[in-house]
Design a protein around this ligand. Sequence first.
Ligand code: AHR
Length: 315
Amino acid sequence: MKKTNLLGAITLGLGLMIASSASALTIGFSQVGSEGDWRPAFSADMKAEAEKRGIDLKFSDAQGKEENQLKAVRGFIAQGVDAIIIAPVVVTGWDSVLKEAKDAGIPVFLADRDVEADKDLYVTRISADFNLEGRLAGAWLAQASKGKCDIVELQGTVGAAPAIERKKGFEAVISLFPNMKIIKSQSGDFTTAGGKEVTESFIKATDGFKGVCAVFGHNDNMELGAIQAMKEAGLKPGKDVLMVSVDGVADEFRAIKAGDANASVELRSDIGKDIYDVVQAYLDGKKDWPKWVVIASDLHTKDDVDALMAARGIK
Ligand code: AHR
């Protein structure tokens, strides 16, 4: 290549690099933490999808603490990011910081979990319907138990939208059946260790799960912890006791295949594309979004788990 052509090529290349870095979006994402298997899968998808789209993603892990999220969001505002995505740990305590973002002219999008705040303070929420997930779990259990079942419930993090809504949805369905009731309910904080510990205490309190027909877990990780506790106590989860939970993580599908669990409502973790599609369209000028962009959830049992695992390469 001639000297002048080479110089021209370098100048053009540099120009393109500057142009593309000038137009790259910077998005701050405040994530809950990494409490189970679902959350890290969601984080990984958000990062991979951002990279694919050339988005400069500022990722902040709140380690399950709302105070860390508030700090992170204020940091994003100070940096002047183009948009902020929040997966809120709990529903309360958001108004002030959302107002600060609005005053700074930075649009906020909720991902996954919900908040109890003025809806004008954020653009939209992109997430599954947690109430529907609870109803799906309740309907499956009503059918599997023929409407007669004493249930122990493993609740998610206190004050978190999925714990609130899954409980409400589940209760709405079982209340239609006079012989279905929750006899014990406690939070296992969405973790395997929490689910195991709470189940151990339930086993003690019910003299070895006497009369217990089912364990409803607000997520699979707590249900997997329950399976461990039950096996250690000599019980047969999935056989003597019906096991239904939410998330659809790989280990839960393995447990269903092995007969240790019966059903899981899948919460999709590969939703980065759905979220960034909305954020980018908004920044490109499409401002009229409904306050909730709903992502579908569906229930899986032994009937479809083999096909599902094969399709996803889960061994
Ligand atoms: O917000 C979604 C819930 O959060 C998932 O069901 C659970 O696994 C996670 O902790």
